[in-house]
Ligand binder design. Structure first.
Ligand SMILES: O=c1ccn([C@@H]2O[C@H](COP(=O)(O)O)[C@@H](O)[C@H]2O)c(=O)[nH]1
Length: 284
């Protein structure tokens, strides 16, 4: 049984309180170098804990990118676990960006790893890929619901290559993106203020939601919007891409904030500026 409120409700409260921004924790080798840190588990740990110190309790969520930890093997995964624990101890919601997706029986194992109470890799939400079929995510949907956690399902991703798959039209005449959004909406039906099955919708996608007839407002769940900062999106793009769904958006910036490091105060100032920009674009 869930001991905590549903993720959608917890995220809505955090966004109301701290603003609609998620800071991505992406320890690129180039950033470790720029911060004067070694490209190994020790450097990764110093980087990650410094980000948590700077933004923990000050932004709605952080989003560690699992790939940058996995590239250091088991020692890197241990640092990911420590980073998740540190952010949660700071009272900040953690979206683990691991983009998992597989056949249902294997998806159940991924769900155990990232969504089960007591798992060291469990944050508050997980990014998942529905491209083995939305139904293959069922074990994650069930475990997230049972433990008060959330999912962000890749829908309209921020990279231009995503259109090849996501804009395609299915045999029923509906775009792939709209199909994914409709299935998330069905899972969120009746939730108030927000359901716990969100979508990933890049802030860089221009008019793709309209072009693919993807009804973002009807999802009734959070919309994680990467692409802010280093990928070129800002306040104007957030406002234009999300329109009437703006209140559901959690804007996400990684390098745009992290480049301000390694000084903790400078990182914090960059995050505060990004929060202000996101709030003006999405809540103004
Ligand atoms: O559509 C997507 C989905 C996920 N991401 C991830 O977000 C961050 C973006 O980093 P920036 O430095 O702010 O560009 C990264 O971890 C991506 O894997 C995305 O960009 N787009």
């Amino acid at each position: 049984m869930a001991e905590r409120a549903a993720f959608g409700a917890r995220l809505a409260a955090a966004m109301d309180d701290l603003g609609p921004l998620c800071v991505g924790v992406d320890p690129h080798a180039s950033l470790l170098d720029a911060w004067g840190l070694s490209d190994d588990a020790a450097g990764l740990r110093e980087f990650s804990l410094r980000v948590v110190e700077a933004v923990g309790g000050r932004v709605a969520a952080v989003k560690p990118q699992a790939a940058f930890y996995e590239r250091h093997g088991s020692a890197g995964v241990a640092v990911l676990e420590e980073t998740i624990a540190a952010a949660r101890a700071a009272g900040t919601l953690v979206v683990v960006d691991a983009k998992r997706g597989d056949i249902g029986s294997t998806m159940a194992a991924y769900a155990e790893a990232f969504l089960r109470d007591g798992s060291p890799l469990a944050g508050d939400a997980l990014t998942v890929s529905p491209y083995l079929g939305f139904g293959s995510l069922a074990p994650a949907v069930e475990l997230a619901r049972a433990t008060g956690r959330g999912l962000f399902v890749l829908c309209l991703t921020s990279n231009p290559e995503g259109a090849q798959v996501q804009h395609a039209v299915t045999s029923s005449g509906v775009s792939v993106a709209a199909t994914m959004a409709a299935q998330a909406a069905a899972l969120n039906a009746g939730a108030d203020p927000l359901g716990s099955v969100g979508l990933v919708v890049g802030a860089t996608i221009g008019d793709a939601a309209r072009a693919t007839a993807t009804d973002l407002e009807a999802v009734n769940g959070p919309l994680l919007a990467p692409g802010v900062g280093a990928q070129g999106a800002g306040a104007a793009e957030l406002s234009a891409v999300f329109g009437r769904a703006r209140a559901q958006v959690l804007a996400s910036s990684s390098r745009g904030v992290l480049r301000a490091g390694p000084d903790v105060a400078a990182l914090r100032a960059a995050a505060v500026a990004a929060v202000d920009e996101a709030r003006a674009a999405l809540r103004g």
